[in-house]
Design a binder for this molecule. Structure first.
Ligand code: CUA
Length: 158
């Protein structure tokens, strides 16, 4: 088979560039410890009701003896559970979210709270509310026909 010398030259250049990239990726992986995300927390969405943390009567706001506030929340078509919570303002709060069915999201305007809630995984994030008031929790991942009506409410108090 005849290959034009110029074409052959270009093919070699392209192969050399590909080889260079692969080599760089390997070097990077070896010396800079590239791994898949290792801090991903998984959970069985089908048996949330049997898990201690996300059992129905454990959902909502918790305050431990050191004053730390945490919130356990479940997202499911088409609501957040519990649908209304009350938390203190100007306090660092740890939210832990799980989905009971499909992919959801949660967005709370005016805060840094915006995350996907992927079935099978726990989404944890920390936020604080600068001032008292009513904050909506909105689902921001399309999850079905009722997506537009999937919301909840956070009552932030002094
Ligand atoms: Cu849940 Cu959109």
């Amino acid at each position: 088979m005849h290959i034009d010398p110029l074409e052959k030259q270009w093919a070699q250049i392209v192969l050399a560039i590909c080889g260079l990239f692969v080599t760089l990726i390997i070097i990077d992986a070896l010396f800079h410890n590239i791994t898949t995300p290792g801090n991903v927390e998984t959970i069985d969405s089908a048996s949330l009701h049997l898990s201690e943390e996300f059992a129905e009567d454990n959902l909502g706001v918790h305050r431990d003896e050191n004053g730390n506030v945490s919130v356990k929340m479940v997202a499911g078509r088409y609501s957040f559970f519990p649908k209304e919570i009350s938390v203190p303002a100007e306090t660092n709060i740890t939210f832990r979210w799980v989905s009971i069915d499909v992919l959801h999201g949660v967005h709370v305007p005016m805060t840094n709270m915006s995350t996907m809630i992927v079935p099978g995984f726990v989404a944890e994030l920390q936020t604080s509310f600068p001032k008292p008031g009513d904050y909506p929790m909105l689902c921001n991942e399309y999850c079905g026909l009722g997506h537009d009506h999937m919301w909840g409410r956070i009552d932030v108090v002094e």
